[in-house]
Design a protein around this ligand. Structure first.
Ligand SMILES: [Zn+2]
Length: 70
């Protein structure tokens, strides 16, 4: 899939932003709905989750986030 920058029309390069967690990393995710705070942080059970793709423009450095559905 090819994407181009909405700001300058430059070529976008795919990447992602990791979510730091101890020594392991996870890809940041898009979660459907509003955040529900539980005792141990956000309650994500049953929520729709999609890994976030972050595309970076090679020309101006702008970042665009996408969470493509399956
Ligand atoms: Zn750009």
């Amino acid at each position: 899939m090819k994407r181009s920058c909405a700001k300058c029309g430059g070529k976008l390069e795919r990447g992602y932003t990791p979510e730091a967690r101890d020594v392991t990393y996870k890809v940041d995710q898009w979660i459907q709905g509003e955040p529900k705070k539980g005792i141990f942080g956000f309650r994500l059970k049953g929520a729709r989750k999609i890994d976030i793709e972050v595309w970076r423009c090679e020309k101006c450095g702008a970042l665009e986030h996408y969470a493509p559905g399956k």
